[in-house]
Design a protein around this ligand. Structure first.
Ligand code: BTN
Length: 253
């Protein structure tokens, strides 16, 4: 693609008309492949979201891709790459002049509805990430008919929100360009704060009440901040708590 200006990410791309899930496939090959390999599919038959959810991935409507990386980082830093991914996608989508918000830890919303989800998965040893897979799903040209009734309430697409048909190839390249910029910079500085600043400034959650759903409890709390480690700081009835991105699901109130 003439739009791709990266140093290494996406120089090799495996492209599929149809696949079960780019993340599932990427995970299966990630231990023995080049840093920066990207898997792209026109359609996923078993697209996966966080917490075992399904990700609807209709043919030629969206960007369904996975980036494979081999960062020299401990597993505890993996969630920071989700922050880098979300902030770089935010930066890319800004040009569409719509109301874009980042919903910690891994969603991007337009006008309050989801247009992008990120699923970061890894193969790791105790102190070392062997390979990392960053799955990105963006509803680009998806139309209302492509969503089922339930999804229509919570999901949208760039097409629906801007009224324009969007070049997915160009957008994919722009996302990879932006992501690589942030990624290379982060690896050299190990400083996540510039990206957290983007997430904070454009947060869908800060100062809002959310329902927090954990494996065996559920409660409402107010989101106060996102701290410098990328944890969500909440006020639970006067008690300040911090949430790691791992096991919580959040519903806006
Ligand atoms: C979420 O919002 O829960 C995360 C959604 C992630 C979807 C993308 S689409 C490409 C990659 N392959 C998958 O099966 N999932 C991710």
């Amino acid at each position: 693609s003439p739009f791709l200006k990266t140093k290494f990410i996406g120089h090799d791309i495996l492209y599929y008309e149809s696949i079960d899930s780019t993340n599932t496939f990427a995970k299966s090959i990630s231990q023995n492949c080049k840093d920066g390999l990207v898997i792209i599919a026109e359609e996923q038959t078993k697209g996966r979201g966080r917490l075992g959810r399904t990700w609807v991935s209709p043919k030629r409507k969206g960007i369904w891709m996975s980036i494979i990386l081999h960062p020299n980082l401990p597993p505890s830093e993996a969630h920071k790459l989700t922050i880098i991914t979300a902030s770089s996608i935010y930066n890319t989508l800004c040009k569409f002049n719509v109301d874009i918000k980042i919903k910690w830890p891994n969603d991007i919303l337009i006008n309050g509805k989801k247009i992008c989800g990120i699923l970061t998965e890894m193969n790791a040893e105790l102190n070392h990430i062997n390979s990392l897979v960053i799955g990105i799903g963006i509803n680009v040209n998806t139309e209302v008919e492509d969503f089922n009734e339930e999804l229509t309430k919570i999901a949208t697409s760039l097409r629906i929100e801007t009224g324009k048909f969007i070049d997915r190839k160009k957008l994919t390249a722009e996302i990879l360009n932006n992501f690589e910029d942030f990624y290379i910079d982060y690896l050299s500085t190990k400083d996540i704060r510039p990206y957290l600043e983007i997430v904070r400034k454009n947060s869908a959650l800060i100062n809002k009440y959310v329902e927090i759903i954990k494996p065996n409890e559920k409660y409402i709390a107010k989101v106060v901040d996102i701290d410098d480690d990328g944890q969500l700081v909440i006020d639970n009835d006067g008690k300040i708590e911090k949430l790691l991105s791992g096991e919580v699901s959040l519903h806006n109130m």
